[in-house]
Design a protein around this ligand. Structure first.
Ligand SMILES: [Zn+2]
Length: 442
């Protein structure tokens, strides 16, 4: 730590001891509901009650209804969330074992250097020290499912319970804290507790369809998603309903966590961000799960932010914003310094100037996925898995370009499901968005 950072850390620590009138830095909580697509959240107008607790919290926060991830899988999305950089600038992409380089400064590192205690409670095995994504977190606890003995409580319950205990202990010590939670439940397999599933499964769901939906995961999703076998309507419905039940499972634990923070006097002083790393295909474009493609259902994520005294009051913002915007927002809210000039981040703070942002995304599945797909469905059907993809979204139009040159343009404002390619009639828009595309991943 530099002398300047030590001086700042000391001033932060003293500020918390000086009582009313002092510039007390806020605490920070970020919760990622892994794999949660925005249009399946109550906060984005979804008809089923998947996130009532988040919607309740949003009444005293700001809901960003058009927040986009820069990737359709966990590693690059978390790297962008933590660094404020686009995928092409942090380079985590094509391998599940890719490691975020130590030269990148994460939000946790920036806050730790200024006196915050930091902790990561992760349900996702890729959000772990082995992949460099936990740089800056002094405390790391994994809640990823382990083979063998079934857990005594769901990962979301266990991680939120531990996070609350940890936050209380930090407050007792008088230090500002940054807690990060990844809740993995919405990720396949879609296997929610039965009591929650029964609230979402339609009456008369065939037992075989429920059973197949509960077992749905890679590489079975490759076989169905690449069209080798049909996805029946019963199974697709059960997949969707069980997925919704998984979101509701996380939402209930999120509500309990926020209740606990409020009861402990922690909530009013905490910057809270609730979001997802990416969405999920539920057969919308044939694809189940995520990665490989860049359609909106894979990139559009929920984002609810509360900054005490600033982002509050329950309003919604419909301008396009990005996961890269979270780190600079938190840094600004904490008075911790937003990098500028040559060190400027790709993201920009959500505390002002929302207009004019472009969401850029890039994706390339691991080579072993392609090889596995060839073995399952043959060269021809597996071909889409080999391609890289990039996209740009300006708030109305979304351009997706494949590495073989195929381009599709969707008028998201009028076609949110991206069912009608309008690239053939809008050459000028294709051209202007092409200029905004990120580089193809190698
Ligand atoms: Zn993920």
């Amino acid at each position: 730590m530099s002398a300047a950072a030590i001086a700042l850390a000391l001033s932060v620590s003293c500020a918390r001891c000086n009582g009313p009138g002092s510039a007390t830095p806020p605490d920070v909580l970020i919760v990622v509901m892994d794999t949660t697509r925005a249009d399946h959240c109550t906060t984005n107008g979804y008809a089923r009650p998947t996130t009532p607790r988040l919607a309740e919290f949003a009444k005293d926060a700001v809901t960003f209804t058009e927040a986009w991830s820069p990737s359709s899988w966990t590693g690059p999305a978390h790297a962008s969330l933590f660094t404020g950089l686009q995928v092409s600038n942090h380079g985590i992409l094509t391998s599940p074992t890719a490691h975020l380089d130590e030269r990148f400064e994460t939000l946790a590192e920036r806050l730790a250097a200024r006196g915050w205690s930091t902790a990561c409670f992760s349900g996702n095995p890729f959000v772990a020290p082995a992949f460099g994504l936990t740089q800056g977190f002094a405390t790391f606890e994994s809640f990823a499912p382990k083979s063998g003995e079934p857990p005594r409580e769901t990962p979301a319950r266990a991680s939120t319970r531990r996070a609350l205990e940890w936050m209380k202990s930090q407050r007792a010590d008088g230090k500002p804290f940054f807690a990060f939670i990844n809740a993995m439940e919405p990720h396949a397999p879609y296997n929610p507790p039965s009591i929650v599933a029964q609230r979402f499964l339609r009456p008369g769901t065939p037992a075989a369809a429920e059973s197949e939906a509960r077992a749905m995961k890679h590489p079975r999703t490759l076989v169905l998603g690449l069209g080798l076998e049909p996805l029946t309507e019963d199974v697709r419905a059960a997949v969707t309903e069980l997925y919704d039940a998984e979101i509701a499972t996380v939402d209930a634990e999120l509500g309990t966590l926020l209740d606990g923070m409020r009861a402990a006097g922690l909530l009013d002083h905490t910057v809270v961000v609730v979001t997802a790393d990416h969405g999920e295909g539920l057969g919308d474009h044939g694809w189940i799960e995520h990665s490989v493609f860049l359609h909106r259902e894979l990139l559009h994520v929920p984002l609810v932010v509360r900054v005490p005294g600033s982002l509050q009051g329950g309003r919604t913002e419909s301008a396009v914003v990005r996961l890269e915007d979270v780190a600079p927002t938190v840094l600004e809210a904490c008075g911790a310094g937003v990098p500028s000039g040559g060190d400027a981040l790709d993201g920009a703070s959500l505390l002002h100037d929302l207009a004019g942002r472009t969401a850029r995304a890039a994706e390339k599945a691991p080579l072993e996925w392609y090889e596995r797909a060839v073995g399952l469905v043959g060269d021809r059907a597996a071909a889409p898995v080999r391609l890289a993809r990039v996209s740009a979204f300006d708030g109305q139009f979304h351009l997706i370009v494949d590495s073989d040159g195929a381009a599709r343009l969707f008028d998201v404002a009028n076609d949110p499901a991206e069912l009608h390619d309008v690239s053939g009639t809008m050459a000028a828009k294709v051209s202007s968005l092409t200029a905004l595309l990120p580089p193809f991943p190698q």
